[in-house]
Write a protein that binds this ligand. Structure first.
Ligand code: ZN
Length: 91
């Protein structure tokens, strides 16, 4: 009859039961984006709570960053075109 070679450590044994006590918690639906969210907490996907924006989400930061970069590019482009045209005329 096969026998285990080594004693199974407590950590390895106990990790088997680590998720045993988990149960499905109640959840609400976001009124703004209809994503499932925890009750009495701001929505994680859109940052709304009670119909009001209360949290700046990762997506908001990404959009703002994109706008800032686009504005910076628009500011730099006229300078670049003049620099290219001047260099072109010099050549
Ligand atoms: Zn939401």
């Amino acid at each position: 009859m096969p026998v285990p070679k080594r004693k199974r450590s407590k950590a390895r044994r106990d990790s088997r039961f680590a998720n045993k006590g988990m149960e499905v918690k109640s959840f609400a639906t976001c009124s703004n984006c209809q994503e499932p969210s925890l009750p009495h907490q701001a929505c994680h996907s859109c940052g709304f709570y009670k119909g009001r924006k209360v949290v700046v989400t990762k997506m908001d930061r990404a959009l703002k960053r994109h706008e800032v970069r686009a504005a910076a590019v628009q500011k730099q482009q006229p300078i670049d075109t003049t620099a290219q045209s001047s260099s072109g005329s010099a050549e």
